[in-house]
Ligand binder design. Structure first.
Ligand code: KIV
Ligand code: ZN
Length: 533
């Protein structure tokens, strides 16, 4: 059998071969979270950050602290409470931005300031109105300023792929001389191809002054569906950091999916000889599910690595082959990414021990106090519906967002629907300040009626941006998850809830949004900094 030459080993013949460890820079909570549909509260980000630390990411980009007070507080809370990864914050090459990151990451044992500036002709001319020299000077000044606060500074050349290679090399040489330790090549608009990006990395590593002193990083967006392929090609040409997100969430079509990158490097280690990451791959599934539960955004069944069908073999031919030898139709083991092959269904006779075991298999290792709370909810649910599935358990373990718990509470709900005429709903809400408000409304179906009744009761005319209801498990008595997004004063607010009654789930989801609005009134308002992709 002949084998084609492994392009991936090209770097091994170099004078300064890059190290074998590929650093995983996770930007789920920055580039991912800023995409419409994925916003998270401070408590949700903190929980997600802990899961990312458990997963073993090397660098955790926790947010863009200067973008809003809320972002600042989230980054600071993560820097103080999450241990293991280096905690990073994004900044433009501006004094205020850099100082915000420095203050936000201050509690972290190991921090990073990530400064960025666009370098492409389009951005220079139309966005920045800067000459080449001004771009170089601004980038250098940003890196120098960041270094006065933190010894780990990354520089990103926004829209690097559409930047003249010689000019990009000039910018990188200058920021390396100024002290940057990582230079990042973002494909900001997802335009490149695997062969192009590999050539670009090889060329940059040969032509940038001081290239062997720094880590080269790739940051690929998925507009043409090639973010993972492009990141792998960059690795083959010497990138030793890849910037990625869980489930590939991110601006527009998203960023490179962390789980796909990690498993491609592992499963095809023959094409990436000696390279490895520090990711605990058996936690991939639980981390991806946690993100989906937290944001209320489902994972496509056919999503690589973590979709429900990724390890399902329905066709008879495949099943036959699998029984003879798993390798016939499977290139990796479900267990390696944390997918449990056996769906153990719990019911009202299941005890605390069985619940703990199952939750642990699903990646939720709860302490005794948290387990007690989930057990109470589990018993209540098992009384209502005969069988409790994994999806139900995950929703219970994730629970409601503590940042949206009150001051409004739902104390009564009644909804009816009528064929041929409008549906109606009445609600009673209590506020923690003692107010009790009752309202009724008619609507186009009971969910619409209840959303209108709640809106009236809390005194907001919500402009609903997105509304989804999905079943969390199987059967007619399955729990429904309602996820609602509204635009309030220019920002997206999300609410979600789970119940066997979808009308109640919708009411609780809109109430979460009402509660977020109440909290915004008491917290300082966010500033309106433009956000990078
Ligand atoms: O896509 C991009 O250019 C970015 C940078 C800020 C790294 O997200
Ligand atoms: Zn990006």
């Amino acid at each position: 059998m002949t084998s084609e030459p492994a392009v991936e080993s090209a770097t091994s013949s170099e004078k300064f071969p890059p190290p074998p460890r590929v650093l995983i820079f996770d930007t789920t909570l920055r580039d991912g979270e800023q995409a419409p549909g994925f916003s998270m509260s401070r408590a949700q980000k903190l929980r997600m950050a802990q899961a990312l630390a458990d997963l073993g990411v090397d660098i955790l980009e926790a947010g863009f602290p200067h973008a809003s007070d809320d972002d600042f507080a989230s980054v600071k809370a993560i820097a103080a409470g999450v241990h293991g990864p280096r905690i990073c914050g994004l900044a433009r090459c501006q004094k205020g931005d850099i100082e915000s990151v420095a203050r936000a990451i201050e509690p972290a044992a190991r921090g990073r300031i990530h400064v960025f500036l666009a370098t492409s002709p389009l951005h220079r001319e139309f966005k920045l109105q800067m000459s080449r020299q001004q771009v170089v000077d601004t980038a250098v000044a940003g890196v120098e300023r960041a270094l006065t606060y933190c010894d780990d500074v990354e520089f990103s050349a926004e829209d690097a792929i559409r930047t003249e290679p010689e000019f990009l090399a000039e910018v990188f040489s200058a920021v390396i001389e100024a002290g940057a330790n990582t230079v990042n090549v973002p494909d900001t608009v997802g335009y490149t191809t695997p062969t192009e990006i590999a050539e670009r990395f090889a060329w940059l590593r040969a032509n940038v002054r001081g290239a062997n002193k720094v880590v080269f990083s790739a940051h690929c967006h998925d507009d043409l569906g090639m973010a993972v392929a492009n990141s792998l090609a960059a690795i083959s040409a010497g990138a030793r950091q890849v910037e990625c997100t869980i489930n590939g969430i991110g601006e527009r079509a998203g960023n490179a999916a962390l789980e796909e990158l990690v498993m491609a490097l592992r499963v095809r280690s023959d094409r990436f000889p000696g390279l490895h990451t520090g990711i605990r791959s058996e936690r991939l599934h639980a981390t991806a599910r946690l993100l989906s539960q937290t944001t209320g955004q489902p994972i496509a069944r056919n999503k690589a690595i973590i979709g429900a069908n990724a390890f399902a073999h329905e066709s008879g031919i495949h099943q036959h082959g699998m029984l003879k030898h798993r390798g016939t139709y499977e290139i990796m083991r479900a267990e390696d990414v944390g997918v449990s092959r056996t769906e153990l269904v719990l019911g009202k006779h299941s005890g605390r021990h069985a619940l703990r075991e199952r939750l642990s298999i699903l990646g939720h290792d709860l302490d005794d106090g948290a387990l007690d709370e989930v057990f109470v909810r589990f018993k209540a649910l098992a009384d209502k519906k005969r069988e409790v599935f994994d999806g139900d358990l995950e929703a219970m373990a994730v629970g409601r967002d503590p940042d949206a718990a009150g001051p409004w509470h739902l104390s009564h709900l009644h909804a009816t629907s009528h064929i041929g005429s409008s549906a109606s709903a009445s609600v009673r809400l209590t506020h923690e300040d003692g107010r009790v408000v009752s309202e009724a409304a008619i609507g186009d179906g009971p969910v619409d009626a209840v959303l209108r009744a709640v809106s009236r009761a809390v005194g907001h005319d919500f402009s609903i941006n997105e509304f989804q209801i999905r079943a969390l498990s199987e059967g007619g008595d399955a729990q429904g998850q309602a996820a609602i997004s509204v635009i309030h004063e220019g920002r997206e607010l999300r609410g979600q809830s789970v119940s066997t009654d979808i009308v109640e789930a919708a009411a609780q989801a809109i109430l979460e949004i009402a509660n977020r609005i109440e909290h915004l009134k008491t917290d300082a308002p966010p500033s309106t900094t433009a956000i990078a992709g």
